[in-house]
Ligand binder design. Structure first.
Ligand code: APR
Length: 229
């Protein structure tokens, strides 16, 4: 079976009702992203940062996968599919995708602030000041903040190196290392890009479908299923 890598960003979850990051004047659900998405902010005001992610988790509980997430699962019948997502939501999982790499962490998990390998499944529950790790220290969201290492980039790179087809959906391609992943693909890897706006990349040699995910993913999936032989 041929290999497909799908790189997704906030845009694939937009039609489920989750805001993207860069479409809203630097504000993310009314917070300045720099106030909530780095370790220094957490260290300074743990309550504010936990409140922000608790709100995101509660919101996640109320939304559902959209057609974009769902259409991707059709590819698994004929291809080895790896989803590499920058999103911290669980909408790919809930749509039924099997093999998912979360580059930037997962909202439904918490971890020790001193050891990110010490991970706790919390589902859609809030992180409370009374939730502590094995050393009795308060937990933090299992999120890769700006300035932190991105350990899942290694398996993501391996998947890109093997890919026969890459599909990029709903990402402005502003944040590295995710934005550089397509450079690891083989020369003859067929590339699709689905976004209502052209992202920050040269689209030469890429099949650019200028549509929202709900429409564009279906179009790409049908094209790919038709050319599989
Ligand atoms: N369908 C597809 N794409 C869409 C849709 C839609 N319905 N609506 C918006 N988009 C596109 C926008 O045009 C934009 O190109 O989604 C992209 C969203 O870009 P960003 O907001 O920059 O999100 P993303 O690229 O995922 O951000 C990367 O930055 O803040 C950090 O860690 C955070 O994972 C995030 C990373």
């Amino acid at each position: 079976m041929k290999n497909i890598v799908v790189l997704t960003g906030a845009g694939i979850s937009a039609e489920s009702g989750i805001s993207t990051f860069r479409d809203s004047n630097g504000l993310w659900e009314n917070y300045r992203i720099e106030d909530v998405a780095n370790y220094d902010s957490f260290d300074k005001d743990e309550q504010l940062v936990n409140r922000f992610y608790n709100e995101r988790r509660r919101q996640l509980k109320t939304v559902v996968p959209n057609e974009g997430h769902k259409q991707l699962t059709r590819l698994e019948k004929d291809f080895n599919v790896t989803i590499v997502t920058q999103n911290v939501d669980d909408l790919h999982e809930r749509a039924g995708s099997k093999n998912i790499i979360h580059l930037h962490g997962e909202l439904t998990k918490a971890c020790s602030r001193y050891n990110k390998q010490e991970i706790y499944d919390i589902g859609y529950k809030d992180i409370l000041p009374s939730d502590v790790d094995t050393h009795g220290k308060t937990l933090r969201p299992f999120i890769v903040w700006f300035g932190e290492a991105v350990p899942m980039i290694e398996p993501a790179i391996k998947a890109c190196e093997k890919a026969d087809i890459m599909i990029i959906i709903g990402t402005s391609l502003n944040v590295y290392p995710a934005a550089g992943l397509m450079n690891y693909c083989k020369k003859d890897c067929r590339k699709y890009l689905i976004d209502p706006k052209q992202p920050n990349t040269n689209i030469a040699g890429i099949r650019f479908i200028q549509e929202k995910a709900s429409v564009g993913v279906k179009q790409a999936v049908e094209e790919i299923l038709n050319i599989k032989d």
